[in-house]
Design a protein around this ligand. Structure first.
Ligand code: UDX
Length: 432
């Protein structure tokens, strides 16, 4: 099939490359010429395992091309809209400027009977408004909402072998066209849920709200464990054995960040207020508050370990990205902790396997070291805030040898406390 993907950021670039992998003829469209030039050369503009191979393969096969000219999308039978919906500056709601821009640009281009598919995460009710917007612009294209559940670091696998496909449609033809797009995925047995616009939009919002709640729940237990001497890791293992609870997403630490969970729970809260149901999701304010408190807890522990002041004390911060296997520092708890310590006058030296460039663009005043050894050399305190494999497997004895004093805060509960204590470390986890 002929497919266009409007918006070639994180979601769109992966989706375009994955659609070419499925055998479709794909054109990716974005307004940023620099991004398009890189993608057209078969290069990924961000770190994502497996994406460079997929892009190269698509571009070399001729099935995948990129352009800044939306009129080149005119021949597509299906148009995916994958633009961002960031948090509004100074407010909780989602900024729909890019979504509106993409629909307005697409309306005169999309052929009658072609299908426009929204993939962006939007407040419930947006698709119905966009259907009216298309009609008002004289467009005879169909509309569907088909949320995306991909995780950074696993984006390629999540797109090609999703846990489920959700179609929000208002007529059968739209579902038939989506079935044709995803036939290879459906053949492999992916569950398919066909529903209305509002449910499809809410599925995405609810999934992210649930995941965020699960993380804040265990982080709340960590707060209780901290004053009672209990161990939240053992607690998570124990409750996680109950299949109704499940062990995944019960890792206590400095909490969730990234371009999705934090802004999505805030946008949900804002939308619930608009529709007169603020009370229904009032608990999400607590979820957000618990999450943000955990960052402050790391700072408290640093002050405690360093005897009340971090001023001019050398602290190695291990990790900057919001999670491992990503170069993304958007709303990263790790970067926030580095910033807070730096703000208290600490001599912070931060490092990360992939995130330094993006972190430096946001926080040029921080000092960065190319690797963990450089960051740790001479430090009085190490703070592990993103659980990259190479930090998990640090040798406590060798690490202690590099530092001036053996103290570590394990902000992700990623280390074995006994091994670090045996090597002479003062070790603090979160909730253990
Ligand atoms: C998330 C959703 O998982 C995905 O389905 C959705 O499409 C987009 O948002 P992503 O932002 O890539 O994906 O990251 P995810 O793996 O969900 O992690 C989010 C944050 O939660 C990270 O900062 C991670 O470190 C944190 N986290 C995750 C925890 O603190 N504890 C856990 O147990 C799991």
């Amino acid at each position: 099939m002929k497919i266009s993907v409007i918006g070639c950021g994180y979601l769109g670039a992966v989706h375009a490359a994955a659609m070419a992998k499925l055998g479709h003829d794909v054109v990716g469209v974005d307004t940023d010429p620099a991004k398009i030039a890189r993608l057209a050369a078969g290069e990924a503009p961000f770190f994502e395992p497996g994406l460079p191979d997929l892009l190269r393969e698509g571009v070399e096969s001729g099935r995948l091309r990129f352009t800044v000219d939306i009129s080149e999308a005119a021949e597509a039978e299906v148009h995916f809209v994958a633009v961002g919906t960031p948090q509004l500056p100074g407010a909780d709601g989602a900024d729909l400027t890019y979504v509106h821009g993409a629909f307005d640009a697409l309306a005169p281009v999309a052929a009658s009977g072609s299908l426009i598919v929204g993939k962006s995460t939007v407040p419930v009710g947006t698709a119905a408004e966009l259907a009216e917007r298309l009609a008002a612009a004289g467009s005879e294209a169909l509309l569907a909402w088909n949320p995306e559940f991909l995780r950074e670091g696993f984006a390629v696998a999540d797109t090609l072998t999703p846990d489920r496909l959700v179609y929000g449609v208002s007529d059968e033809r739209a579902a038939e066209l989506l079935d044709a797009v995803y036939s290879a995925i459906l053949t492999r047995g992916a569950p398919r849920i066909v529903t209305d616009f509002a449910t499809a939009e809410l599925v995405k919002t609810a999934a992210n709200a649930f995941l965020a709640t699960k993380i804040s729940f265990i982080n709340a237990m960590a707060e209780i464990a901290e004053v009672t001497g209990a161990d939240v890791t053992t607690l998570a293992d124990a409750i996680g054995h109950d299949a109704r609870i499940g062990r995944r997403f019960l890792n206590a630490g400095i909490g969730f960040g990234g371009g999705c969970l934090p802004k999505d729970i805030r946008a949900f809260t804002a939308r619930a207020e608009e529709i007169g149901r603020a009370e229904s999701v009032a608990f999400l304010r607590q979820v957000d508050a618990i999450n943000l408190r955990r960052r402050e807890r790391v700072v408290e522990l640093a002050l405690e370990l360093l005897g009340g002041s971090v001023f001019e004390r050398r602290i190695a911060v291990l990790g900057l990205t919001f999670k491992p296997n990503s170069d993304d520092v958007r709303d990263s708890p790790a970067l926030d902790v580095a910033e807070r310590l730096n703000g208290l006058g600490a001599a912070v030296v931060a490092t990360d396997p992939e995130g330094i460039e993006n972190a430096r663009a946001r926080h040029p005043q921080l000092a960065y070291a190319p690797d963990a050894s450089d960051a740790l050399r001479g430090a009085e305190l190490a703070v592990l805030v993103t659980e990259w494999g190479e930090y998990r497997s640090l040798d406590p004895v060798a690490t202690g040898g590099l530092m001036s004093t053996a103290r570590i805060i394990d902000g992700r509960n990623a280390l074995e406390p006994a091994a670090w204590r045996a090597a002479g470390f003062e070790y603090r986890g979160l909730g253990r």
